[in-house]
Design a protein around this ligand. Structure first.
Ligand code: ADP
Length: 337
């Protein structure tokens, strides 16, 4: 989609009639978005999504998107106050995201939460993948969450508190949920659940840049996001698209986890970079972000995940420490600002 028409189609697929003009010349894409009737947050989110869709197109070196609000500022409408959360929010909220599915995001989320508990945090896992919840399988959970004193009570497994759509409703039914319904189910699992015993919550996000991602960035405002990618270029391009969206929306990025980075032959011990090498490192260096962990392709991890019997792992303990350190670095940077 390097030509102007392909880029316009991509932008239109997100903004529809709100895309008023789009030009592509010498690598610069400029566009005007009509944002009348949208809240400032929704307008910024739409702008960010259009930008994310266009800027990775071949031949595009810069993107300039002007909204009608930039030209004709209107006083912000008085908004009703958001309802207060029913339960206190955990001290630390860490989102784990990826550009596409199948890169190991859920595996990393679950094992990171368990490792955080192992290093002394009171950790929880919120599986926000409404359409494909995997936490129950990864953790060997079969029960159902109950309501206690008006709040959803997370289940407990492997030292952590867990909530997932797969523990609440018939998962088959949730697949049909779209946009606002899925986002509100996500918010309920956060705001109307009893996370009071938890100080560090890991949120396993759905892949990509959909509604739940926007809800997370704009309303939940996590302390930071971990981006999981395999080393292949395609996974990385998608990961960068998700990352760009978080950056546009002001969500702090903790760093990358490179998953399935290498495979050690059980017979001869030779290490092979099956999915290529160096891509995640390069992307991280370009963005000034750390690679928090490089996880090997490990058949034992796959088997333990499928069986719902996660095992202690030095890799995940190290990741848990790195994540906590990174949160502190970001806190200090925040204080200095
Ligand atoms: P995602 O959440 O990104 O869709 P999953 O965590 O469900 O991905 O992982 C996809 C599959 O890859 C699962 O079968 C999982 O057990 C396997 N997997 C993930 N990471 C690894 C790894 N480092 N080594 C071996 N298998 C892995």
């Amino acid at each position: 989609m390097g030509d102007g028409r392909g880029i316009e189609t991509a932008a239109k697929s997100i903004a529809g009639d709100r895309l008023r003009a789009l030009k592509h010349a010498d690598g610069l894409v400029s566009a005007v978005l009509e944002v009348g009737g949208l809240s400032p947050e929704d307008a910024a989110a739409l702008q960010a999504r259009v930008r994310a869709a266009v800027e990775t197109a071949p031949g595009v070196s810069a993107v300039r998107i002007v909204t009608t609000a930039d030209r004709r500022p209107e006083p912000a409408a008085a908004k009703p106050a958001a309802p207060a959360p029913a339960a206190p929010r955990p001290d630390r909220v860490i989102a784990v995201a990826s550009g596409k599915g199948g890169v190991g995001k859920s595996t990393v989320s679950a094992n990171l939460a368990i490792a955080l508990a192992r290093i002394g945090r009171r950790a929880g896992l919120l599986d926000a993948d409404i359409h494909g919840p995997s936490a129950p399988m990864l953790l060997g959970l079969t029960g159902r969450a109950r309501l206690e004193a008006g709040l959803i009570a997370p289940l407990s497994a492997h030292g952590i508190a867990v909530l997932s759509m797969g523990l609440m409703a018939d998962p088959g039914r949730a697949v049909a949920w779209r946009g606002p319904m899925a986002s509100s189910a996500f918010k309920q699992m956060l705001d109307n659940a009893d996370w009071s015993g938890i100080d560090t919550l890991v949120i396993d996000m759905p892949p990509g840049t959909g509604d739940i991602t926007l809800t997370l960035a704009q309303q939940v405002k996590p302390d930071g996001v971990v981006i999981v990618s395999t080393p292949q270029d395609l996974a990385l391009i998608d990961a960068e698209r998700a990352l760009n969206l978080f950056q546009e929306l002001g969500t702090p990025i903790l760093g990358f986890v490179e998953n399935m980075a290498s495979f050690r032959c059980p017979c001869c011990g030779t290490e092979t970079r099956i999915f290529g090498e160096g891509g995640v490192e390069r992307a991280a260096a370009e963005l000034g972000l750390p690679v928090l962990a490089r996880l090997p392709l490990d058949p034992a991890l796959r088997a333990a995940s499928d069986a719902g019997t996660p095992q202690p792992s030095g890799h995940f303990d190290a990741l848990a420490h790195r994540v906590m350190e990174r949160l502190e670095v970001l806190d200090e940077a925040d204080v200095r600002r």
